[in-house]
Design a binder for this molecule. Structure first.
Ligand code: BGC
Length: 762
């Protein structure tokens, strides 16, 4: 609807009707204003399937949610590193929403995986903001191309479930910008989600719903966001302040909060124009949904199930494959062991839980595919972490009498879910024990994992092959079977690091805070940004994932030798499939700043990726285009993105540890870091400015005489390097005073300093 009409309509609404539009009618619907032809619309969870509940909504349960297709959860879909695939999933979800009369799907979730134990990691994409933001962009574009809105969530810094409704994520500005805001920023700017959901938690002390800095100053004024902000369900605490901060819609139904808005307007505490702005945004959203609604739309359940299978195939990650034990030979005696071979764990618990259409298990898929000699033993139950002798003995016996044993293990539902965090990174001990015992009788053992986030693998050295199936949706079993028997070549790659143990994670000392305060003390060193810098050995690094074929990288080319801020840098690299079968390859591009004396920076940061499909022997050239942001860090003193001049590396890699090609480039930034010289500024800092060198040359020379008295004892005691540093680290006031051989008054120093400031700011 045109803006002028929306404004006109807003003008016709009573104060009560306007306040009413700012909260839900019930759990999932907005309120209608029939006299003016404003209909109600419906939203549903999200993200990786449609959880449309009937009228007796029960918040987190799956009470009578309609049957729908369960696609891979965020942890899995990000591992595809395939934007087109995620967009297709989004399209399918958009169609399902159309058919079911749902106007907005509540997803995707882009919170950063700060710690491997966040209970909701399975719903989120990555530890890296670029991956999260790119995946979200593809998802949003897919859903919204079908005329259905999305709700990117949970804004902001919502990386733990522990005390999620009261804890404050205390994060410094640079870290917020580079990591936690960045996972939203690209998606908000490039895909324009219809809605954004603010989180439950506080950010630096202020509740997200009430945080004007994020909901208005950054989201709308800086990023140009035009959609609505909806509260997470129950995240509104202070309705009037929230509205003023930019939270337009309270969900679900408000209990008395509409009246608070009405009273505030009547008493003059709230400017009615604030309410009008929110209502205009809400009407824009409601009518966009209405105008895009397709009547009598039918969705093809079988076709979408096939799409879920297709997605699952690309999300599964082959972590280890010693001696090419995989793929298995069809017809050989294979033991499928473990509950999840028959009843896979394929999705997480909580608000994203889908009442799935058709779940495939690997065991059923093997039978359906007519693969002979596959036998099954349950091995364990996951209701409690108890080693079941009878089940284990049966499984061990089967493993012994087979050519190969495939153990389908992982985390039970009770181990990870929305609402709470894990306390450790271990799988059930009973499962670990079973894996060890099978490995003792059957060296040809493959472990297939079903989990939403990293686990420790104490048995890793005894197991030659591991497949990380994550929570890959209802197509998981079919996809596992195809990968195990070689009908599909695995191409998933980890979008997060797997530490050897939880204690190695950078947030470990501070996660999940003290009381209601969680300080993000590791700063920008999240995931590989930390492991890289500290050179911490990992179980599996970010980006890791094997294939049944091999790839060679060559001909890394940059279209310029020197780069100046504001330009585009084109990077190309040739990738060749050097193996015997077709495969897909995700190519990662990291940028590493090398001259970083002044600012602390990670060794490298992911700035681009692409996924290629290559038949055996085929080569393709992949091209990337980088802009200034790829070289920037967030300089809080400006405050803005800042390109530091110096040498950078363009790094082409398969993973954070498997670096294939590197080229250096000289980069020139065009902005000046704001700098104010004071009497305490060190001489080294002043000498950064060539325009000051003449003015302080005399003092430099005088200072140097101190160490140049021809006495060999002095020069023995102080190396030239020490003298240089001594000078560089000396504050101006002390060097000037030394040079003059007398104490110098503060006025004199100030005059001198003012002269220098005039030079650097001219
Ligand atoms: C979750 C959201 C979800 C909403 C509606 C909340 O508890 O945090 O992600 O969309 O419930 O179910």
């Amino acid at each position: 609807m045109e803006k002028s009409k929306i404004r006109e309509l807003t003008g016709q609404l009573t104060l009560e009707e306007k306040a009413g539009l700012c909260s839900g009618k019930d759990f999932w619907r907005t309120k209608a204003v029939e006299r003016l032809g404003i209909p109600q619309i419906m939203v549903s969870d999200g993200p990786h399937g449609l959880r449309k509940q009937d009228d007796d909504a029960d918040h987190l349960g799956i009470n009578d949610a309609i049957k729908a297709v369960c696609f891979p959860a965020g942890c899995a879909s990000a591992s595809s590193f395939n934007r087109e695939l995620i967009e297709e999933v989004g399209e399918a979800l958009g169609e399902e929403c159309q058919a079911e009369g749902v106007s907005t799907l509540l997803g995707p979730g882009v919170c950063i995986k700060r710690s491997p134990i966040c209970g909701r990691n399975f719903e989120y994409f990555s530890e890296d903001p670029y991956v999260a933001s790119e995946m979200a962009t593809a998802f949003i574009k897919g859903v919204q191309s079908k005329g259905v809105g999305t709700s990117i969530k949970h804004f902001l810094a919502n990386s733990q479930e522990h005390r999620r409704m009261s804890s404050s994520s205390d994060v410094d500005e640079r870290t917020l910008r580079e990591i936690y805001l960045a996972s939203f920023e690209g998606a908000v700017k490039n895909a324009k989600p219809w809605t954004i959901m603010n989180s439950y938690n506080r950010i630096n002390g202020t509740y997200a719903a009430e945080n004007k800095k994020f909901l208005t100053d950054i989201l709308r004024n800086e990023w140009g966001y035009e959609g609505i902000v909806v509260s997470d369900w129950g995240a509104v605490n202070n309705r009037v302040a929230d509205l003023e901060a930019g939270c337009d819609l309270e969900m679900p139904a408000a209990h008395g909060n509409d009246e608070l808005i009405i009273d505030a307007v009547k008493s003059g505490k709230l400017d009615e124009s604030v309410l009008d702005t929110a209502v205009e945004r809400l009407l824009d959203w409601i009518f966009k949904a209405v105008e895009n609604k397709k009547e009598r739309y039918v969705w093809d359940r079988k076709a979408d199930h096939e799409k879920a299978k297709k997605a699952a195939r690309e999300t599964i990650v082959l972590l280890k494959n010693d001696d090419d034990i995989l793929p298995l030979t069809k017809g050989s005696k294979v033991a499928f062991i473990g509950k999840y071979a028959d009843k896979p764990r394929y999705q997480g618990g909580g608000s994203s839980h889908i009442n799935s259409m058709y779940v495939t298990s690997a065991y059923a898929a093997a039978k359906d595919a007519g693969i002979e000699n596959v036998n099954f033993a349950k091995g364990f139950d996951d209701k409690e972490d108890k080693y079941d002798e009878a089940l284990a003995n049966e499984a061990i016996e089967l493993a012994k009498n087979s050519d190969v044993a495939v153990v389908f293990a992982g985390l039970p539902d009770s181990f990870e879910s929305e609402g709470y965090d894990r306390r450790h990174m271990s799988m059930p001990l009973s499962q670990n024990r079973l894996i060890e015992e099978i490995a003792a009788v059957q060296p040809n053992i493959v472990v297939v994992l079903h989990n939403g986030s990293p686990v420790e693998m104490p048995w890793i050295d005894k197991v030659p092959a591991v497949l990380e199936a994550y929570l890959s949706g209802e197509g998981v079993g079919a996809a596992e079977c195809e990968i195990l028997f070689g009908d599909v070549n695995p191409s998933g790659r980890l979008a997060e690091s797997f530490p050897l143990k939880l204690e190695h994670n950078p947030s470990y000392l501070y996660y999940f805070g003290e009381g209601d305060v969680t300080e993000y003390r590791e700063g920008v060193y999240v995931g590989y940004r930390y492991y890289d810098k500290k050179q911490i050995p990992l179980l599996f690094p970010f980006g890791h994932g094997l294939s049944y074929t091999s790839f060679e990288y060559s001909d890394l080319t940059l279209d310029k030798e020197e780069y100046t801020e504001g330009e585009k840098l084109k990077v190309s690299v040739k990738v060749t499939n050097t193996g015997k079968r077709a495969g897909k390859e995700a190519v990662l591009l990291f940028v590493g700043a090398r001259d970083t004396d002044y600012v602390l920076r990670p060794v490298k940061e992911l700035r681009a990726f692409d996924k290629l499909s290559l038949s055996a022997g085929e080569s393709k050239v992949v091209e990337f285009e980088l802009d200034s942001r790829a070289f920037s860090y967030y300089e809080t003193k400006i405050p803005d993105w800042f390109v530091e001049s110096g040498e950078y590396e363009i790094i082409i890699a398969r993973s954070a540890e498997d670096i294939r090609l590197v080229k250096s480039i000289k980069v020139t930034g065009t902005k000046k870091r704001p700098f104010k010289i004071t009497p305490d500024t060190t001489c080294g800092d002043v000498l950064q400015f060539p325009e000051c060198s003449e003015k302080i040359a005399k003092y430099v020379a005088d200072y140097m005489t101190l160490f140049d008295d021809g006495d060999s004892a002095a020069s023995e005691a102080m190396s030239p390097e020490m003298i240089k540093r001594q000078f560089e680290y000396n504050p101006l006031r002390s060097v000037v005073s030394f040079s003059l051989r007398k104490p110098i008054s503060m006025e004199e120093v100030k005059k001198f300093v003012d002269g220098l400031n005039a030079l650097i700011n001219s």
